[in-house]
Design a protein around this ligand. Sequence first.
Ligand code: IPE
Ligand code: IPE
Ligand code: MG
Length: 255
Amino acid sequence: MSVSPDRHPQVPAAESSSAKLPRHVAFIMDGNGRWATARGLPRTEGHRQGLEALRRTIRHAGKIGIEVITIYSFSSENWSRPETEVSFLMGLLRRFVQRDLSELHEANTRIRIIGSRSDLEPGIASLLQEAEDLTRNNTGLNLVVAFNYGARAEILRATRALAQKVLSGDLKPDDITEADISEALDTGGLPDPDLIIRTSGEMRLSNFLLWQAAYSEFYFCEQHWPDFDEAAFEKALNNFCSRERRYGGLDAKAL
Ligand code: IPE
Ligand code: IPE
Ligand code: MG
């Protein structure tokens, strides 16, 4: 996918001939709590403002023609936070789906949820299902919501599913391929993330997309997630466009 000037006008012309827009950008939306604390506000206010940043990000991704964005909205480890914060985050997700679903559907966005559904409140699980079902045939931006998501748990679920196939005689252990594993993950059928953006200065994956990130480019910025805006997104994309992805091979210029 070449970046043409009208497709992505912010990329300087000199870079655009070799630059490629990422097909899939994944976001570790971090720093809501610190954003709020720095302003003397409760952490929950940071999460509320974080939702606004998410809405901006979705709109911008759709506008510039990114194919897939994945957002890390609640990790399987986030259950260890105080109960009041956890229930606020659950309520925020519920409100997000209830208020934004029709608009996302009208914008032709396809929603997909990754993560475990097993320990979710039935009300939330059915809302997530409704969002997926309603938007299943949409052909615009793919919005992948990582909710109650942990990559190790995802790999474990995939391993169990493959083991079941072996047990039932549908698959031989020696025939298992990397593609089979990719397909058995919650992200089966999606391209791997080209770019993973984490806000708020932490440089770790925090159990996000461990298998899928094998050849992702990483971009870390100091801004807290509620401050992430179109300009910050463009800066990350421009940085991505300037990188040479070698996949273990050699720089094109060295050949
Ligand atoms: C990210 O912000 C949102 C979630 C993890 C749900 P944090 O809540 O982690 O904010 P910090 O990292 O404590 O500032
Ligand atoms: C990662 O952020 C999870 C989400 C953004 C949803 P955390 O704030 O939970 O990660 P750690 O605890 O700093 O590793
Ligand atoms: Mg955090």
